[in-house]
Design a binder for this molecule. Sequence first.
Ligand code: TRP
Length: 371
Amino acid sequence: MKKLGNVTPYDVSGEINYDKLIKEFGVRKIDNGMLEEIKKYTGDLHFMLKRGVFFASRDLKWLLDKYSKKEKFFLYTGCGPSGPIHLGHLQTWIFAKWLQDKFDVELWFQFTDDEKFLFKDKSYEEIQKWTYENMLDVIAVGFNPKKTHFLVDTKHAGLLYPEAIKFAKKINFSTIKSAFGFKDSNNIGSIFYTAMQAVPAIIPSVLAKKNIPCLIPLAIDQDPHFRVARDVYPKLGYYKPALIEGVFLPPLGGVKGKMSSTGEQIAIYTTDKPKEVKNKINKYAFSGGQVTLEEHREKGGNPDVDVSFQYLRMLLEEDDEKLKKLEEDYRSGKLLTGELKQYTIDKINKFLEKHQKAREKAKLQIDKFLY
Ligand code: TRP
């Protein structure tokens, strides 16, 4: 097993070539045939599927075949609680909610407080604070409380740890070192951690004492965890989990990287006030427009590199017709950068207003979600 390309759970650097990642990681591109296959069960397609935001998978056809034979799957995804939630996190969760609703399935959601304690220069207490804060955002996305179960690694250690050691025993140090690009100086907890992330994919099977298929929606940087663990599942008598993988929502500075709450890139957080959103977009969102108004009217803008447009495409503008019109008008020069930014600001603020209300209400709902 080797570290592939410039994308691991702990480091996403430089320009990301998704076609190359598909080859290197050995995942399957979601093509039109696969989209049709999904549509058989969902009736329609989420815009994130139509627009290639969720673009790759592992064993998805297998999972759908099982589903067609009345073998229901469950969903599993997670969050590393080390800071505030930004729009990039929400992308995966909004899509996961759609899957939950369409397939009418359970969702197991892991909060990896152990991981973030081990990898970040933050105290255990601070990580606990972020675990609570992040839970509010997950609940605010609107998951069904009757079908959604939160696991917190340190809190549910009694359930998770006996399974994690079974994975750990079958994964050796050199595999981890190369898959994640670790060095001898890595702390020993970080080496073990991937075993903890493998476990929720079998927890419902452990509890039910029978094999239940699992589908994991994730951003592609999390793929290495499962690439390492997938060989182990059958050795322990379980199905390999299926994966559906998304691209990264870009940071404000340009379409090439990944929105993140660490590093110098600026992100839009779920708790941002309308004025902050306005300032961030106006000041930092990379624009595909021309320098002068005359030039823009004449040559038009480039939506492919325009961060505001990409936020609309990947997250905010559900309406395909409206998106198409924005794209055409921007390319032709009819729509100006300032106008496109204003449209994006309004969209984000409308979205966040609703999210923030739900987030307040979530404070009374945490117990309903905790396993
Ligand atoms: N490691 C992930 C993070 O840092 C959190 C996580 C745990 C996760 N289990 C997952 C993400 C399963 C996707 C799928 O954010």
